[in-house]
Design a protein around this ligand. Structure first.
Ligand SMILES: [Zn+2]
Length: 348
């Protein structure tokens, strides 16, 4: 079965008047990678459509939805906060990134496609309950996850966030929800500053938020160790009906905004592992949402590797120097496990 993609040229109409790293060309770079991987042509296409207020209000405050939509009607553009710009095309793009994301995960749920990828802008994972942030306006992946949890035939959803920044918006929105497992690995200290190991969820959902605040310089082996040593056993126990990924590519070694050392191949290897888990646990249901990633060549090559990882054409290379975790990475993984282990008594 083919992939499903949510992409539309209108997502490029969200554009800053001055140079900004979160720029329309990022989408073309991802699409180029998908074309190279041959996944693009035969894919199932999800048409973008605006999310309605009820769909947004599953994770956003109604007052935030109302005032933000009103602000975005200003055609001359501006800023929602110092980092987060908007332009004439933003209102449509932001609403369609969220609404199209719902239809994408629904298509994956209904088996219209084997897996999905929302290639959208603006990104979403820093958009919190009642605030924009870090180039994000509405939290696309959270809106989609909440739409799945609203279904009678879905009980649990997992979100894995491999963007180099902590997914603070998603964490806040599901902080006390035991049906959503949120795991984020990110550079720390770095924007937005949250995501320490002891942030593990509210009283109803202790251990369902899992954070890896890695120092700069982490390599492939550190990221893969999180998947092998923590995500894999947790998903085996949590048994989600869907796995969603906040797929940011600013963890890449060439990214201009961050200091990590992930290779393009690392994204493919992470995707391969997560698709394997989805196949084992939730009928293969896996959907990626584009978040950050600001080096265009890195976006292209990483996107191509992701598809090869998911469709099984990425060779499982022998263990390289970068495939084992560093001592600094292992320390962080250990500290996080110390925090969450009491809440996962059956697996650790
Ligand atoms: Zn990011």
């Amino acid at each position: 079965m083919n992939a499903a993609f949510l992409f539309d040229e209108s997502f490029k109409n969200h554009a800053c008047q001055h140079y900004h790293p979160e720029r329309p060309e990022r989408l073309d770079a991802v699409v180029e990678g998908l074309e190279k991987s041959k996944a693009w042509g035969p894919a199932y296409r999800v048409e973008p459509r605006p999310a309605n207020d009820g769909e947004l209000e599953r994770v956003h405050d109604p007052g935030y939805v109302e005032t933000t939509k009103k602000t975005l009607e200003n055609r001359s553009g501006g800023n929602l906060d110092p980092d987060t710009f908007f332009s004439e095309g933003t209102r449509h793009a932001a609403l369609c990134a969220a609404g199209g994301g719902i239809d994408l995960v629904t298509a994956v749920h209904e088996r219209k496609a084997e897996w999905g990828w929302a290639i959208v802008r603006p990104p979403g994972h820093h958009a919190s309950i009642s605030a924009p942030g870090g180039f994000c306006i509405f939290n696309n992946i959270a809106v989609a996850a909440a739409s799945l949890l609203a279904r009678e035939d879905v009980e649990r959803v997992a979100i894995f966030d491999w963007d180099v920044h902590h997914g603070n918006g998603t964490q806040d929105q599901f902080w006390d929800n035991p049906d959503l497992l949120f795991m984020s690995m990110h550079q720390w200290p770095h924007y937005p500053g949250s995501g320490l190991s002891d942030q593990i969820g509210g009283s109803q959902a202790r251990g369902k938020t899992v954070n890896f605040p890695f120092p700069a310089g982490m390599r492939d082996g550190d990221f893969l160790a999180v998947i092998d040593d923590v995500l894999t056993p947790m998903l085996g126990s949590f048994r989600p009906d869907h796995i969603l990924v906040s797929a940011g590519f600013d963890t890449h070694r060439n990214d201009p905004l961050s200091g990590m050392e992930a290779t393009s191949e690392c994204f493919g290897r992470m995707a391969a592992r997560i698709k394997g888990l989805a196949d084992e646990i939730c009928k293969g249901r896996l959907t990626l949402f584009l978040e950050g990633g600001y080096d265009l060549d890195a976006l292209t090559s990483s996107a191509s590797f992701v598809v090869r990882g998911i469709d099984g054409t990425l060779e499982d290379h022998s263990i390289t120097r970068e495939s084992t975790p560093s001592s600094a990475g292992s320390e962080i993984i250990k500290s996080t496990l110390n925090e969450v282990v009491p809440h996962w008594p059956d697996i650790f």
